[in-house]
Design a protein around this ligand. Structure first.
Ligand SMILES: [Ca+2]
Ligand SMILES: [Ca+2]
Length: 198
């Protein structure tokens, strides 16, 4: 059995819902913050919590290969589970996702998880150095390093992981376009990518 098949079998084993359609979100769409909309992509059964298996399923739906999807699912849930649940956990709570906002973030979400358009504009004004209307890996890396809070190693690592993941699933022609970045931050990008077939 190949590694890919093994991850797939594990994915099925941990949830019989693997092929179940997505349930209605636990919090009505219009009442969610941008950050909650973004993470609700992964809450397939609509209970307001994201398990590692749900995270894995969502990443696979975004066309990530099984190995990286498994690694990212553990890394993301490992980083956000405990702060959002309030006790050691690998499951993420959507209700308290704003507690998962770490240092070294872009400020594009406020402390409640709401989208801040001015900060988004600033991101492009500051970092689209070649004026291409998109951010390439060099521009993204420069931004991540410059934005780093001093001594906030966890925050930098988490930001770099998020940017890498975003780039893998959403880059076009070697960069992340303004439209895709905007959709990422307002919480609709992953739904759009899934609808497009990854
Ligand atoms: Ca769930
Ligand atoms: Ca650029």
């Amino acid at each position: 059995m190949s590694m890919a098949m093994m991850w797939q079998v594990m994915g099925v084993a941990v949830g019989l819902w693997w092929n179940e359609p997505r349930a209605e979100p636990a919090i009505p769409w219009d009442e969610m913050t941008a950050l909650q909309k973004h993470v609700s992509f992964f809450d397939y059964d609509g209970d307001g919590y994201i398990t590692v298996a749900e995270d894995y399923r969502g990443l696979r739906a975004l066309d990530l290969a099984p190995g990286p999807a498994f690694a990212f699912a553990f890394a993301i849930n490992g980083a956000l589970g405990t702060p959002t649940m309030g006790y050691p956990s690998l499951t993420i709570s959507i209700y308290d996702i704003d507690d998962g906002i770490h240092g070294s973030d872009t400020g594009i979400y406020d402390s409640q998880g709401r989208f801040v358009p001015e900060q988004f504009e600033r991101l492009f004004a500051d970092w689209d150095r070649n004026g291409s209307g998109g951010l390439d890996p060099v521009e993204l890396a420069a931004r991540t390093i410059d934005d780093a809070d001093l001594f906030d190693l966890f925050g930098v690592t988490a930001s770099a992981a998020e940017v890498s993941l975003l780039f893998v699933v959403a880059a076009e022609d070697g960069e992340l376009s303004r439209d895709r970045m905007r959709a990422f931050y307002d919480g609709t990008l992953f739904f759009e990518l899934e609808a497009e077939g990854g």
